[in-house]
Design a protein around this ligand. Structure first.
Ligand code: FAD
Length: 400
């Protein structure tokens, strides 16, 4: 396989498919989406019980795009007839979008390296070399779990590796991490009658912020409340301000050591809900970094040091705010597509994308980043923090 494309999109999740649909609407031809698995693969890999926290509701004709839509014409609520799709259902929606727009996707193509050359990019894959004038990096986070956060983390089971919470053996569980993944795991286990002790660095369940990037979503809070007094539910113990620094595995179980000297002994393998190392393992050097995070051009989410390399997805950040939900990062789909199409010399792009502008998928006004409360905290000031994250991400890449 050795082919040359105008645009290569790496990753067929909502970020890659969303940009692809916008490119197609602009009239860009000769582009390809490649994916190591298949469209919607990370959603398809969610545990069966897990549902999207962002609600879907068909309101498109009134100018309010379904929160989980990836293009102006479709709605997961309309397609799936449910408000909080499971991962598998959402993967079906993404596959339907691919079919609806007849997007060119090639599955089973894992990208292993990217290099810039004078004509654009050389994209090495396990199935051969691809060449492209421009690349959109959209590999998401799910297949890059952060499994190396502290000594002994490898003794734990990352939440993303669980396919079915009901089948986990044992009646008492310990979870490290109190954001959405940790609480989702805890509540699901309690719903199955298991007792859970959840240890969290902070107290996300007490944070009062309107932004779901900083506080737990209303759906998650509803689920926690629904456990109270529910017959057959297990006990949920939320322990805040307990930062686990080390885990030891012994004959009697796992001992978790916290920053305050406290220890917890777990008889079952601790569940690590400590997030994701990020999907920049292969392209980390092609992006500039500030405070441990990649930097993007404000106009179109292009790398500031590698012209022609764009990013779409949940690690997008501008002015200190993270675009980590679909409804956030999709607001840039039209801008990325417009920039690429105009560079390729396509005419009438602005007109073609009018529907994207109306639907809020061409948001140029980054005041939303400075005037709302979803400001980012740096992941690490030092180069070594970034090095550790990249190392963890590279480790995951080998296992995709
Ligand atoms: C557990 C979890 C739950 C979430 N829940 C929500 C939610 O309810 N609502 C919401 O708005 N957001 C949610 N998010 C955040 C975000 O929307 C998702 O992470 C979303 O999947 C991001 O879309 P994406 O297209 O960037 O990544 P993905 O959906 O992960 O797609 C990336 C694709 O790239 C492919 N890929 C990866 N590496 C390579 C490679 N080297 N070569 C080729 N292909 C590759 C993968 O196979 C995958 O198909 C959640 C995130 C997680 C982790």
């Amino acid at each position: 396989m050795s082919s040359r494309y105008s645009v290569l999109i790496v990753g067929a999740g909502p970020a890659g498919i969303g940009v692809a649909a916008a490119l197609k609407r602009c009239g860009v031809e000769n582009f390809l989406i490649v994916d190591a698995r298949e469209p919607g693969a990370s959603f398809a890999a969610w545990p069966g019980e897990m549902r999207m926290i962002t609600p879907s509701f068909y309101s498109n004709p009134f100018g309010h795009l379904d929160l989980n839509s990836v293009d102006p014409e479709t709605s997961p609520a309309d397609f799936l007839r449910t408000q909080h799709p499971t991962g598998k259902e959402y993967a079906l929606y993404l596959q339907a979008v691919v079919a609806h727009h007849q997007l060119p996707v090639r599955g089973g193509v894992k990208v292993t390296e990217i290099q810039r050359d004078e004509d654009g990019f050389l994209v090495m894959t396990e199935s051969g070399l691809l060449r492209a004038k421009m690349v959109v990096w959209a590999t998401g986070q799910f297949f890059y779990p952060n499994e190396r956060g502290f000594p002994g983390a490898e003794h734990c089971r990352h939440s993303s590796a669980v396919k079915d919470w009901r089948s986990l053996a044992g009646s008492e569980f310990t979870i490290i991490g109190g954001y959405e993944s940790g609480i989702d795991a805890a509540v699901t286990l309690c719903e199955f009658g298991k007792n859970v002790r959840l240890l969290s660095r902070g107290e996300p369940w007490s944070v009062d912020s309107p932004d779901p990037s900083r506080s737990l979503s209303p759906r998650t809070l509803d689920r926690v409340r629904s456990l109270l007094g529910r017959p057959g539910a297990g006990r949920l113990e939320l322990v805040g301000n307990e930062d686990i620094r080390r885990v030891e595995k012994g004959a009697d179980g796992w001992t978790l050591h916290a920053q305050n000297g406290g220890t917890t002994v777990s008889r079952t393998q601790p569940i690590l809900a400590s997030g994701y190392a990020g999907g920049f393992a292969l392209v980390g050097e092609l992006f500039d970094h500030r405070e441990g995070r990649p930097v993007f051009h404000e106009s179109c989410d292009e790398s500031t040091i590698t012209p022609g390399l764009f990013y779409s997805g949940p690690e997008l950040a501008h002015r200190g705010s993270l675009f980590c939900f679909i409804y956030k990062f999709r607001s840039r789909f039209g801008l990325i597509a417009r920039e690429i199409a105009e560079r390729l010399g396509v005419m009438g792009v602005e007109k073609s994308l009018e529907i994207y502008a109306t639907a809020g998928l061409m948001n140029e006004d980054l005041d939303c980043c400075t005037s709302c409360e979803c400001a980012l905290e740096p992941v690490g000031e030092s180069g070594s923090d970034r090095g550790e994250m990249l190392e963890a991400a590279r480790h995951s890449l080998a296992e995709i």
